[in-house]
Design a protein around this ligand. Structure first.
Ligand SMILES: Cc1cc2nc3c(=O)[nH]c(=O)nc-3n(C[C@H](O)[C@H](O)[C@H](O)COP(=O)(O)O)c2cc1C
Length: 476
């Protein structure tokens, strides 16, 4: 399968019926955001805006991977594949990384400006949501930084807002890989060089949104997802590399001695993050871009969008599954449902002993990917983790009101909407585990309730007859 760059991706989406082109002029000031948001909430198609007020010659591509169907297209998988099939493919491919290749010339460097000529306002950064702290140029992109001690390079998707012609600001959590590197530069009294690739190959952006363990190269994982190496090119002014087919590349340094207020912004939890606060400042020294650049945006908010699909379902889901498998837990599945907003994790297990839910919770919430989530539902192997209706049924009928519910204090995710402002600011939160499995000692005949379902209470021969004759009875 060929690695799709952003433009091939839009063509592929058009063919599968997952893209709408808007040719009438639209406004960068919230109109584009409102259209993309509505499409996300309808689980509708992505949008390519061909005419933008004040920006002749520019286009905006919105909601690139806000459905699993589009994640499938990005990986060259049939979009009609089931959730389980797409997730299993993703999981298998991310564990078979392919290193990148370096190229000398790149479409993303067709145009170059440096120094005083840099003007970030030349791109149609949209006002994504009404009430955002400003115009966000970077919402489907990644930030490239290098560890000053080990030389390891990280890609991470962290939102970035335009302050003025040369400066931008964004949230870089201390728990993120870039946050840990930034701290090292600060201790050295140095700014952190960065490159930002906007609108890269979709697999690159997906990989950058996945909370991989540190020292795993996102570029190799992106190659694994596409089953083909990503083509990288050296940046013009920093010792970093970016995907050669990115739409726009920003190069510069993240300042070590100053913060400027940024935010709020709509977040993957489904709410506006808050409040506006002093955050990292990016000084841009060079911009390179493809001819007729397409600015790509994600509009995070109520499900379903890239926040829940790429970060939550694919990212948190795969990281948690890896951690549980590494610990030898007999799992039957892991699912981070999009409507759980990356905050709710479902784990299925063949329960060999009581309190395995406790052990699972310690691994899940102790893992890199599971740490920011708050809720864990553990079901047994009679419940399909991908079937939310069945999971709800297990929760409502198998979770003991006292013994099945466990809560404990833990690091408070600053984006957790149910925490008070003070709890968010001081990192004080907690976790909730719901054990929806029967106790192992329950007698299957006397104590364990028999499931009153077609598959459980009728003799096998009768089930087969009913299935065989289903149409004969008159059912479609
Ligand atoms: C559209 C989108 C926007 C995101 N914005 C942020 C952000 O502003 N800050 C952040 O810490 N994580 C953000 N994330 C989640 C990170 O990309 C994710 O945690 C990733 O693993 C970070 O990279 P790292 O593991 O190398 O630190 C975002 C994810 C998506 C899909």
């Amino acid at each position: 399968m060929a690695l799709l760059d952003n433009r091939q991706f839009t063509k592929a989406l058009k063919q599968t019926g997952d893209l709408v082109e808007v040719n009438r002029e639209v406004d960068w000031d919230c109109e584009i955001g409102a259209i993309v948001r509505r499409a996300c909430e309808m689980e509708g198609p992505a949008t390519l805006f061909n005419s933008i007020r004040d920006y002749p010659g520019h286009r905006i591509f919105g909601g690139p991977v806000s459905t699993l169907r589009r994640a499938a297209v990005a990986m060259g998988i049939q979009p009609t594949a089931s959730t389980k099939e797409i997730f299993d493919q993703f999981y298998q491919r991310m564990q078979n990384p392919i290193p990148p290749v370096l190229v000398a010339e790149a479409p993303c460097q067709e145009n170059v400006v440096v120094g005083d000529a840099v003007d970030l306002t030349m791109f149609p950064a949209p006002m994504v949501h009404d009430g955002d702290g400003g115009r966000y140029l970077c919402t489907w992109h990644f930030v490239v930084t290098k560890d000053p001690e080990t030389g390891w390079v990280n890609w991470g998707m962290y939102r970035v807002m335009v302050h003025n012609e040369r400066h931008m600001g964004g949230i870089i959590l201390a728990t993120s890989d870039a946050g840990k590197m930034k701290l090292k530069y600060e201790r050295m009294g140095k700014p952190m060089p960065f490159a930002i690739a906007i609108g890269p190959e979709p697999v690159c952006a997906i990989s950058a949104a996945v909370p991989l363990p540190a020292n795993i190269d996102e570029v190799d994982v992106a190659g694994g997802l596409a089953q083909e190496p990503v083509r990288l090119v050296r940046c013009k002014t920093v010792d970093l590399e970016v995907p050669a087919n990115s739409e726009i590349v920003l190069e510069g340094e993240i300042l070590h001695d100053v913060e400027v207020e940024e935010g709020p912004f709509g977040e993957y939890t489904g709410y506006r993050s808050g409040p506006r606060a002093p955050r990292a400042v990016y000084r841009v020294n060079c911009i390179t871009w493809r001819n007729n650049p397409i600015t790509v945006i994600s509009n995070m908010g109520m499900p379903v969008d890239e926040g829940q699909i790429c970060y939550g379902t694919l990212g948190v889901g795969s990281g948690v599954r890896q951690a549980l498998e590494a610990a030898g837990i007999p799992i039957t599945g892991v699912f981070v449902p999009p409507y759980g907003a990356g905050n709710l994790i479902i784990v299925g297990t063949r329960k060999p002993y009581n309190h395995i839910a406790t052990q699972i919770s310690q691994i899940v919430f102790g893992s890199r990917a599971g740490m920011p989530a708050n809720f864990l539902i553990v079901v047994d192997d009679t419940t399909d983790v991908y079937n939310i209706g069945k999971v709800l049924h297990a929760l409502a009928t198998k979770c003991h009101w006292r013994d099945g519910v466990m809560t404990f204090p833990a690091w408070g995710n600053p984006l957790a909407p149910f925490l008070s402002l003070r709890e968010r600011a001081t990192g004080r939160g907690g976790r909730i585990v719901l054990d929806c499995t029967w106790p192992v000692e329950w007698d299957p005949e006397a104590e364990k309730p028999v499931k009153s379902s077609f598959a459980d209470i009728y003799p096998k021969e009768l089930q087969e007859k009913v299935l065989r004759d289903w149409h004969v009875y008159g059912f479609e």
